[in-house]
Design a protein around this ligand. Sequence first.
Ligand code: NAP
Ligand code: G3P
Length: 481
Amino acid sequence: MSLRQDKKVYPYLFNNEWKESTTGETVEIMSPDDGAVVGAVPAMSQDEVDQAVKSASDVQENWEATEGHERSELLHRWAEELEKMTDEIGEKIHLEVGKTLSAAKSEVKRTAQLIRHTAEEGLRTHGSFIQGDAFPGASKATKAMVQKVPHGVVLAISPFNYPVNLAASKIAPALITGNTVVFKPATQGAISGLLMVEALVKAGLPKGVLNVVTGRGSVIGDFVVTHPSIDMITFTGGTGTGQHIAKQASMIPVVLELGGKDPAIVLEDADLEKTAKEIVGGALSYSGQRCTAIKRVMVMNSVADELVAKIKDKVETLKVGKSSENADITPMIDQKSADFVVSLIDDAKEKGATVVTEGIRNENLLGATVLDNVTEDMELAWEEQFGPVIPIMRVENELEAIDLEKRNQYGLQASIFTKNFENAFTIADKLNVGTVQVNGKTSRGPDHFPFLGVKNSGQGVQGIGRSIDSMLRDKVLVLNL
Ligand code: NAP
Ligand code: G3P
């Protein structure tokens, strides 16, 4: 049976018109499942990217002047239109990034909820009023009105693993606060991103308020990031790319959500059955291609054998196969990513790690691998594998686990498994991460909770309310009466 090849080019949005590039060049998007062509997007020229930014800049003042409730109503309509397209967009997410169809559709539904919540939360951004007399030498006659105003044009850059959710989590807060947007979707996931924008156009997006730029980030990225009309950047993706963007972007606010090496710290009194379930789900859902995936386990020696046995039992029940077969472990986004994961496994085995289960290797489809007795000299102890591997490090006590975390370049989330909450809080205080989960796997949601990474995991805070704050700055009006 011949492989389906959908050669359709999905045009980019410019001033509410769907356009192909004058270069005539496109970027083809292949399905991780079987390499079939899902479609293509225009490889835009610098001139076309320039026009996209300039048009968003030209209409920004008008958009900012729009009544807040009107912007909120647009977002509510967007959520409605998005939900109507759940099947169509779910299908494309499934094909483009290799998520199962049900997971892909859940992403669309989750995103509609996120947009609705933003539409409401965004109506509650208030400034403040400050009297002068609180400061010696100043009087009541000096008063400050501190307004919250938008930055202007926001560049939103999203990763492949949540092509709709991690795009809208930037676009919705930007629009509700009066910013206009230049949206750069990940190439692997760009079609899903464009369909998400189609829903926004159907909802009544005014011309130029959001323009899309498509093409490889390695080609158009630096140009758009350093464009003088970009006033703020919100990026989610790899740490290397994020650090590069932070260096390129000068004198504008930059929010970065980057990589992670989230640990699961398992204490002696943990409920090992529940812990094993949380670790397997947290480490292997979407084949570990989540920034918040559990990426190393640090278990007290005294309970390690029992925990490893439980993890092994659970991993061996997982179905490995294509996302179109609804498998639990599905093909990775591309061969390069799979090769990187394999190199980490081989390095650990060469240095003495114990193989508990070893997954199959069929091109970019890797079965789940569990390695025990992982030690500090192994790259897998420190590198973000972003793949279906569970490295288990045995530790003598909590201090050893805390010390290992101190030397972790990443600081996104951490999980602590124990029945002793006081102990959990004590350890949590010593961990330099954005979020500590107690007796639960590391994960971003629910989407109104603050979400942040520290160290090489990011800068700035996401999560609906905080994302809205990140899209605004203070503007002070001082009355000298
Ligand atoms: P990536 O390779 O860094 O790409 C992310 C985005 O940046 C894509 O849209 C990419 O475009 C674009 N890009 C690439 N080079 C650029 C440049 N020079 N200037 C501007 N944009 C550029 O990351 P990914 O592979 O999509 O995602 C996986 C990584 O993201 C993992 O490390 C994961 O931990 C991290 N992540 C973090 C979070 C979080 O919330 N902390 C969430 C999800 C993922 P192209 O697709 O065209 O290359
Ligand atoms: O990697 C995406 C990140 O944002 C994780 O989201 O909800 O899978 O924890 P979640």
